[in-house]
Design a protein around this ligand. Sequence first.
Ligand SMILES: O=C(O)CCC(=O)c1ccccc1C(=O)O
Ligand SMILES: [Mg+2]
Length: 370
Amino acid sequence: MKITEVRLRHLNMDLVAPFTTSFGTFVDKEFILVEVKNGEGLSGWAESVAFSAPWYNEETIKTNWNMLEDFLIPVVLDKEIEHPRDVSDMFSHIRKNNMAKSAIEGAIWDLYAKEKNIPLSMALGGELEKIDVGISIGIQKTVPELLAKIEAGLKDGYKRIKMKIQPGWDVDVIREVRNLYPDIPIMADANSAYRLKDIELLKQLDQFDLMMIEQPLSSDDIVDHATLQAEIKTPICLDESIHSVEDARKALELGSCKIINIKIGRVGGLTEAMKIHELCKERNVPVWCGGMLESGVGRAHNIALTTLDNFTMPGDTAASANYWHKDIIQPEVTVNDGVITVPKAAGIGYEVDYTAVDEFTSYSKRYTNK
Ligand SMILES: O=C(O)CCC(=O)c1ccccc1C(=O)O
Ligand SMILES: [Mg+2]
């Protein structure tokens, strides 16, 4: 296959409600949408999950645009690409910048699947036709507001409730949730808000029968997480700390976690995400697909990846309407009783709505060699 043109667009979409994590609050979402064209009328799509500021990792919209424009697009434009799984190797001389790499790699996977006229899930070797999803609920101003969100999530049928925690919004809050809902599957995500010195507090979480605690310690740590995991019963799930299959191997060998949250952008693309899935499968370690408040395009990639068989735990890919007044795909992603039916159309399986894309685009640029 050959990419004859790349188009980058900068979009900004308002969230239906603010989303607060231990590192900050989102009221809207700025992101880069990548379109790759093959010169024969087909387009492949993906989005960069980098945020506007380096809160979650070191990447930003601007660093991603720069990496794409100056380094990544020139590597793939007008080159003969035998298979999208080769793209991550083509980028291997460029260090890190995983979200930027993933954005263009994902668009090439979509284009490949469209050229073959098969769903992206099938191109990845995924077989599940329905996937289970949960919902991630941000830090709220008051406990009653949190309880109302949980109630709504349960009513919508989500398969598990994830609540964000941070110092001052943890043990006492989870206790209230547990008292009201003794049996529901719940988990907590700290986004690196604690340190090993907080171990006594973290040990108290064991009493709540959480499915897991996600990324309690530093975003670059796998050593202290191993110490913590040896001291608590609740499984640790790593998110921020895992950037590659090598990181995953090391974390599992150290005992730093028992579950891995796979985010395509964080690990540099679908090919690396599949390698982590495979490693975890060999070692009987469950994985699930994380989310980055994606538009429908990123959501579609997450759905396709989740059809691989070791995604045995519900992911964070909630319905479009959980995030957006209007999404940029048709149809939007819908969830029934906590289940998404995987689309069967070619590529990402949803049509990109150009009118909606235009509405949210603030600037764009075309790249060709002509
Ligand atoms: O619903 C989603 O897309 C995931 C929400 C979420 O938990 C999250 C949102 C923004 C940044 C980081 C995270 C995370 O998983 O840590
Ligand atoms: Mg997380």
